[in-house]
Structure formats: structure tokens, C-alpha cells
Design a protein around this ligand. Structure first.
Ligand code: NAD
Length: 482
């Protein structure tokens, strides 16, 4: 996407950071879950009241202060609360049911941290997709090296400062700044990689991690569809489309990338969306709804996609031209109606404030177009018939789906969230996310009450093999696995 400079031959810095992280990790892993929870909750509590952090998120991305606090800081607090709670603790020590063949035994699974985890983050959410993705690996007992995007390093620097101000141990969480070269050096030196960014870079990192056979989680791009059926509450759907497409100036991975609307209501829906989109207040910082784009190539991409769609017969309902009179890279909320599926904007990730509306014949048509994408991150289904909406949601090939809502799936930190197909590997969120940053080890032992029986069974099942025992086994196999 961008040339992503910012290295300057920093692999020596990476090596020494990895060394420090390794040295610190052992002590961090020895702490109990409760102690790590206390540490991370104390840090989250600091972020909650840190005006400088909120200001930095807003100023380095251009997003409104409301989104800096309401999306990013609130998310970090909720994520930390949930993952460090009882479900998170239970996820890391488990007792499994006995095997029917050895009913006198039980298995205990313990989850051991992988070591040093590299979290490589994008620029669009400098807290949520950067330090936010360090929370699970840290709670699981890993140390983390966070490499933010060179476009937005200041939020992560602030998190590093808050880590120290909270009195948390040196070396366990470190920020390593740089671009693609630094990211590659981290992939070559760490024990696991958690990457959020573009598909092209995600593929390159997958190859590199694969060569070292280290685990890799990738959260990549999306082309999330909003499917609006004829019986939907059109006004609610239109308002949600505007929020889902233009929050973060459209630079949100799970944003509404396309609306697929049943033809009978598509015209009315497009009018409502355009009306609402036209009301958004553009500007910087405080009392605004939408900020500028971050990179010149983003605005050029929006222009290119709009031009292509118009050439193919789409109609610009609102927006469509950059706002050069405003200070910064402003591209207004843009609504395109009657976009054909062949248009680039209907198929490739836009990652900017352009919403294409496609008219579809019926729900089946919408499902076909949605699933035709190689991306499968998120989506939504809009209908007053909840049963029908749920049945359609189940057929969408995406990591998550909202019914009659958009974006809020990101805040369901108790449930796994990730992309399928080319949108990613692995997931974030849910107590299961903690296990992802660990290797399981299984310990099998006798159940406490079964001591003498266990000894007797060991004698029966070991050498020398006896025909009588085999006979019993045959009988048991027939009885149990009918
Ligand atoms: P990007 O791929 O350009 O960069 C992401 C990070 O990777 C940056 O820190 C960058 O320096 C680093 N990097 C780049 N090349 C690398 C390499 N070869 N090896 C190691 N590190 C490398 O992505 P971006 O432009 O910052 O972010 C936008 C993209 O991220 C969009 O496609 C968006 O959909 C996606 N995204 C996805 C999610 C999600 O959860 N699925 C969330 C946010 C953003």
C-alpha cells in the first residue's frame, strides 16, 4: 500500500530487543495468571484516564476524538477485563474427561507460553490493533515486541511509557520501531507472529514464518457486505450503513465495503444513505464525525475506484471528489448507487470512505455475490424476519456476521473474531485466543480415587498379553462403540 519506510538498518536493535525480551519472559511466565492480570488491569486503568493517549490516537490518524476514546481506549479496557477474567484463567489450565478405554485416568492440559511474540500492527488503529493485540499474548505469559506502523508510532510509544509508569517489568513489553525490514527481522527472530495488515504483506510474512515453522496469526483485509432484504427497517439500515462505511473515514477492516440491496428497495435505501452521509461533519479532532485519510495513495485509490464505477454506469449520490479546500487529505463520504458487480469498487478492498450500493434480485443473489469474494472478514444481514436473517448469516463465508447491526462484532471480545479465506489465519478474542499464544502440554495421571484399580488394570493391559483380556476387550469394543 505505502512504501512503508522507516528502518535504517535496525536489525541490531531487533536482536538486542529480542534478547531482552527472552531474558524477561521467564520471570513473567513464572508469575501467576492473577499477578499478570493485576499488572495488565492496572495498565488498562491508566489508559482510561490518559488524555495524552487519546489525543495522540486522534492526531496521528486524523480520527475524531470520539473514536479514539469510544473505539480504541474503551476496547482496550473491555478486552483486558474479559481476557484477564475467570474464563481466561480457566482457558489456561484444563482437566479433560477420561478416555473410555482408560476410565481410571484423567488428563490435565497446561498451556505454556510460546516465548517472544512479535505483534506487527497497522496504522488505522494505533492502539486497538497494536497494543490491543499484545494483551492476549502477555496474559498468556509471553513477552511481546510490538512493531507499530511507521506512519503511527506515537501511540505505541505512549503505551511503552505507560507500561513503565505503571511499574511493570522491563523487557516484557517493548516497542520496536521501523518499517517492513524491521518487521521481517522480527519474524526471523521471534517465536510467533501476530500480524495485522494488508493481504500482500500477510502472504510474504506467512512464507517467512513458514520457513521457520513458527506459528502465525494474520488479520488481513476485508470486503464485508451488508445485505439488505426487502423487509428490513430501511432507515435503521441506512444509518448503520453510513456509520459502518464512514467511521474511521472508511479505514476500518470490518467496515461496510459494499451494500447488496434487494432491487425493490434499493433506490429508497440509496436515497436514505446519501441523505445521512451528506450530514457528516468533516474536520480534525473534537466536534467532528469524520477526519481525513492518512495517506495520499488512499485518496488516489478512492478517486480511481469512483471513476471506474461511474464509467461502468454507477451514479454518485453524494461526495465523489476530494475536498482540496480543507486542510488535510479529505475525501468526503461518497455513496455510489447502481454499481455493477464488475466494478473494481464492488470487488477489491477500498479502505476509504466510498460505499457502493449494488442492486440484487433476491437474498440468494446477495449470498452468491458475497461468497464470490476471496475475502471473508465480516458482514451483516438486515431483515425484520430474525429466523430468515439467521439462516442467511449462517451461509455467509465470513469470520463474523452481525444481524441488523454493523461493526459491533469487534467489541464482542468474548467470541473469536478473525477472517476466513484470504482475510486471515487464526483469530483474536475469546478465551481461546489465549491458548493460541501457548503450546499445550498434556499430563495423564491416575484419578485419585482409582489407585488400586489402576494398578490392577495396568497389570491386565500390559505384557504378557492374555487371550482372556483380549476377549473382554472385544466385548467392551462392541458394547461401547455400538
Ligand atoms: P501494511 O501491510 O502495509 O502494514 C502493516 C504492518 O506490517 C506495518 O507495521 C508494516 O510496517 C509492517 N510490514 C509491512 N511489510 C512487512 C513485511 N514484509 N514483513 C513484516 N512486516 C511488514 O498494512 P497497513 O496499510 O498498515 O494496514 C491496512 C490494511 O490492514 C488493510 O488491508 C486493512 O484491511 C488491514 N487491517 C486488517 C485488520 C483485521 O483485523 N483484519 C485490522 C486493521 C487493518
Amino acid at each position: 500500500m505505502s512504501d512503508d519506510k522507516g528502518d535504517g538498518g535496525l536489525t541490531a536493535d531487533v536482536d538486542s530487543a529480542v534478547e531482552r525480551a527472552r531474558a524477561a519472559q521467564a520471570g513473567w511466565a513464572r508469575l501467576s495468571f492473577r499477578e499478570r492480570r493485576r499488572a495488565l488491569r492496572a495498565l488498562a486503568a491508566r489508559t482510561r484516564g490518559d488524555e495524552e493517549l487519546a489525543r495522540l490516537i486522534s492526531s496521528e490518524t486524523g480520527k475524531p476524538l470520539f473514536e479514539a476514546i469510544g473505539f480504541e481506549i474503551a476496547y482496550l479496557c473491555e478486552l483486558t477485563r474479559f481476557l484477564s477474567g475467570s474464563e481466561g484463567r480457566r482457558a489456561l489450565v484444563e482437566t479433560r474427561r477420561a478416555s473410555l478405554i482408560f476410565p481410571h485416568k484423567r488428563a490435565r492440559v497446561t498451556w505454556h507460553p510460546r516465548g517472544v511474540v512479535a505483534v506487527i500492527g497497522p496504522w488505522n488503529f494505533p492502539l486497538l490493533n497494536n497494543f490491543g493485540d499484545a494483551v492476549a499474548p502477555l496474559l498468556a505469559g509471553n513477552s511481546v515486541l510490538l512493531k507499530p506502523s511507521p506512519h503511527t508510532p506515537r501511540t505505541s510509544r505512549r503505551m511503552q511509557a505507560l507500561w513503565h509508569e505503571t511499574g511493570l517489568p522491563d523487557g516484557v513489553f517493548q516497542v520496536v520501531e521501523g518499517g517492513a525490514e524491521t518487521g521481517s527481522a522480527l519474524v526471523d527472530a521471534c517465536d510467533m507472529v501476530f500480524f495485522t495488515g494488508s493481504l500482500a504483506n500477510g502472504r510474504q510474512i506467512a512464507a517467512r514464518a513458514g520457513a521457520r515453522l513458527i506459528p502465525y496469526v494474520a488479520e488481513l483485509g476485508g470486503k464485508s457486505a451488508m445485505i439488505v432484504l426487502g423487509d428490513a427497517d430501511l432507515y435503521a439500515a441506512a444509518r448503520a450503513a453510513v456509520w459502518g462505511a464512514f467511521a474511521g473515514a472508511g479505514q476500518v477492516c470490518i467496515r461496510v465495503e459494499r451494500a447488496l440491496v434487494e432491487a425493490a428497495v434499493a433506490g429508497e435505501f440509496a436515497r436514505l444513505v446519501a441523505d445521512e452521509a451528506g450530514k457528516l461533519r468533516l474536520g480534525h479532532g473534537g466536534d467532528v464525525d469524520m477526519g481525513p485519510l492518512l495517506l495520499p495513495e488512499q485518496i488516489e485509490r478512492c478517486e480511481r475506484l469512483v471513476a471506474d464505477a461511474v464509467a461502468r454506469g454507477a451514479r454518485v449520490m453524494v461526495g465523489g471528489k476530494r475536498r482540496s479546500e480543507l486542510p488535510g487529505l479529505f475525501f468526503p463520504p461518497t455513496v455510489l448507487d447502481g454499481v455493477p458487480h464488475e466494478a473494481d469498487v464492488a470487488r477489491a478492498e477500498t479502505f476509504g470512505p466510498v460505499l457502493p450500493i449494488l442492486h440484487v434480485a433476491d437474498a440468494e443473489h446477495a449470498i452468491r455475490l458475497t461468497n464470490a469474494s476471496c475475502l471473508g472478514l465480516s458482514g451483516s444481514v438486515w431483515s425484520r424476519d430474525r429466523g430468515r436473517a439467521l439462516a442467511l448469516a449462517r451461509r455467509l463465508e465470513t469470520g463474523s456476521v452481525c444481524i441488523n447491526d454493523v461493526l459491533v462484532n469487534y467489541f464482542f471480545v468474548s467470541a473469536p473474531l478473525g477472517g476466513i479465506k484470504s482475510s486471515g489465519l487464526g483469530f483474536r478474542h475469546g478465551a481461546e485466543a489465549l491458548q493460541q499464544f501457548c503450546t499445550p502440554r498434556t499430563i495423564v495421571e491416575d484419578r485419585p480415587m482409582f489407585g488400586p484399580i489402576a494398578n490392577w488394570l495396568r497389570r491386565q493391559l500390559g505384557f504378557p498379553y492374555r487371550p482372556r483380556v483380549l476377549q473382554v476387550l472385544r466385548w467392551l469394543l462392541r458394547a461401547i462403540y455400538r
